[in-house]
Design a protein around this ligand. Sequence first.
Ligand SMILES: C[S@@+](CC[C@H](N)C(=O)[O-])C[C@H]1O[C@@H](n2cnc3c(N)ncnc32)[C@H](O)[C@@H]1O
Length: 478
Amino acid sequence: MGHTDLTYKVLFDEFEVASIVAEPTLNYTLFEAEFKNSQAEQIKIFNKLEQTLPFYNGESFRNQVHFQFAYQTPVQRWFPYREGYSIKLVNAFIKELKIKGNTFDPFSGSGTTLLASRMADLNSFGIDVNPVSVLAANVENEQYTPEDIIQVEEESKKLTNIEKSKEIFQTSFDLANKVFNQDILQALLQFKQHIKAIQHEKTKEVLFVAWLSIIEDVSNIKKEGNGIKYKNRKRTPNGYINIEKERWENEKFPDNKFSFVKTKLSNRIEIILSDLKFAYGKCDKKPNIYKGNCLDFEKFFSDEIELTFFSPPYCNCFDYFEIHKVELWLGEFVSDKEEFRKLRNTGFRSNTNSLNHKPIIYKNEYLENLISFFEPQKLWNNNIPNVARGYFDDIYTLLNKLYQQTTKNGYIGIVVGNSAYSGVIIPTDSLIAEIAREIGFKVKSIFVTRHLTTSSQQKQELDYLKNYLRESIVLLER
Ligand SMILES: C[S@@+](CC[C@H](N)C(=O)[O-])C[C@H]1O[C@@H](n2cnc3c(N)ncnc32)[C@H](O)[C@@H]1O
């Protein structure tokens, strides 16, 4: 493990990490002879890759790299985005690095980096490929005048007076009848139709985001792990059982489904209104948010950036479109399978649905060595080696472009987790640092914020390597 002369004396006071020492606190010097199979070989690779990298104990950030607190944070709670991090985290980096120039988030999600930048009075740019996220980020970052707030209040009152319609509403979402109770689905579609007809644009969007944000709660599914799971499928000591849909729905939802949906929607709008009235609107700098592929970011803006702060998809096959598919379909962001497939293909190459047959140009020797330890019979998809290659090819392209558009002495902060396939760790944090160095960045620090868990099948295999399954913040300087 490398050594660095950084001291971070006053670093991030509020996170109490001033005690971070120049010496890395992690010790991976292990006795190779003890390891089975490829583990000794993997450790050799990690030691070589990481020996000159400046690792720090970043545990004080552990609760800020995920969305746990953001569920209660004003504005961020309008559309709880479980893949997001906290405003406080971004704010700490903006303060510590004394950022005065532009900021950028190439994977802006629900817009946390943009919100933090806005609160610090900075100009910011954001891109996301998922239209649901782009809408949520735009609504959360909009400027609302007192007149706008009155409009939201009035439309919210109108909504509480709506009665159940006799009309039968249609959707192009083919799983709708499985994902929802029939009456709940009809109530959701009726409210959607009502909201879409609102004339005042900002109010329409606020209410639409509120509507999107209650979908999961009133549905039969939940976002879990790498996809969506049916709530009526329960784990028991003897394996999974499916509770019959109708019985489960009757037990779970009240008799009056229409008023159930209306109450959920009204409650969410109440929360938004209270944030609009009391906690918001201090800063004039509305971020610039684009829908698209961040690998083309230079096509959207050419301004120089002082801090790019982001969390990319991890190299773990998590599919953002799959996890948000109910909102995408029911919200009419996609209307047929071809459109959905095309959207998936514009995503970062972090999962098997996004490979897009794009050529892999960047090659990394550490990565190739690690991939050579994959045991094909244990991989659940033959394309996983190409997911890993495609992922770092995309990382290389992005960092290269960021290098061109970052001010001298500007920074890049990347929140990222490592992953594992068939007992082989992909140390994404140190590979990103290595690639960044090749491009010309200085690697200032890698804060290890927490250790991650893996699937039970891999747990035993990874026993010796579990320290490498971590979530870190990689800080680079141009
Ligand atoms: C970890 S989340 C970011 C969450 C965000 N930091 C927040 O706090 O809400 C990663 C995001 O990357 C987006 N994404 C995936 N591929 C992308 C691409 N090629 N270009 C832009 N965004 C992409 C996903 O839609 C997702 O919103």
